[in-house]
Design a protein around this ligand. Structure first.
Ligand code: HPA
Length: 274
């Protein structure tokens, strides 16, 4: 059997009778959003065969199941990144395991740098599209036709109905939710000021080191996708004397987690998920 199928079987065993049509991935500094999950049961990534173990601070490495706003949900508390040395097939294995367990909607969150003066740290950005700047792709190699086709369309990868629902929720909860294009930079270094200038010209609104691999695997497998960035800083060189480090990312994460939780709790109530 395939590694993601083995992982799904292990999750079934560890969390018996725990189904969900929705999975949520919590990025850097956002792990505490999982505290809102009711009737929860969890399993550590370390106990799921094939799941990559996150090595970065702010990533718990736990799969939580429970109820959020009355909806059953799997919450992936933390993720692995390509820059940690994980092969991309491992980075996306949790997404494929979720699909094997019957998940139909994937909600991804991340921490990102802003490329726009009007999108300040502390705010949220809903992804309308992305640019894969890394040159890497989890779908290279033989195609697993049981998951999806060799060539697949990315025109509406970010689901428009989920997009509209997120906008409704942001309005209702008074949360500032920007819309924009996310550029995936491999990392682990923050960008150079020249790269940030180039990315702005390319049409990107935010830059980060994750999410795009999961979007590619999820789109390949036909999942509905919504993704939200928590903006932790302006891109390198945009603000005089700004020093970029991971502590900065995590500090902003606490503020962002609050508005992200409000937004998600309202979003999950929306009939779009019925
Ligand atoms: N660049 C890349 N990834 C990030 C950033 C950034 O400025 N901020 C948070 N994640």
């Amino acid at each position: 059997m395939t590694p993601y199928y083995d992982a799904a079987v292990a999750i079934r065993k560890a969390l018996p009778q725990r189904d969900a049509k929705i999975a949520l991935v919590l990025g850097s500094g956002l792990g505490d959003v999982a505290d809102a999950v009711e009737d929860s049961a969890s399993v550590s990534f370390a106990d799921i065969p094939g799941f990559p173990k996150p090595s970065v601070d702010g990533h718990h490495g736990k799969l939580v199941h429970g109820t959020l706003s009355g909806r059953k949900i799997f919450v992936l508390q933390g993720r692995a990144h390509a820059y940690e040395g994980h092969p991309l097939s491992d980075v996306v294995l949790p997404v494929r395991a979720m699909e094997a367990l019957g998940v139909e909607t994937l909600i991804l969150t991340n921490a990102a740098g802003s490329l726009r003066e009007d999108m300040a740290p502390g705010s949220l950005m809903m992804l309308t599209d992305h640019i894969n700047w890394s040159g890497a792709n989890p779908l290279t190699g033989p195609n697993d036709a049981t998951l999806g086709p060799r060539f697949f369309d990315m025109t509406t990868a970010y689901d428009t109905a989920l997009h509209a629902a997120l906008m409704r929720s942001a309005k209702a909860e008074n949360v500032v939710l920007h819309e924009g294009v996310y550029l995936w930079a491999l990392g682990p270094n923050f960008e150079t000021p020249a790269e940030i200038r180039a990315f702005r010209i390319l049409g990107a609104d935010a830059v980060g080191m994750s999410t795009v691999p999961e979007v590619l695997a999820a789109r390949h497998a036909g999942l509905k996708i919504a993704a939200i960035s928590g903006i932790t800083n302006f891109g390198a060189g945009m603000v005089a004397n700004e020093i970029l480090d991971h502590a900065h990312t995590l500090a902003q994460g606490a503020t962002i987690a609050e508005s992200m939780t409000k937004l998600l709790l309202h979003f999950l109530k929306d009939p779009v998920h019925d």
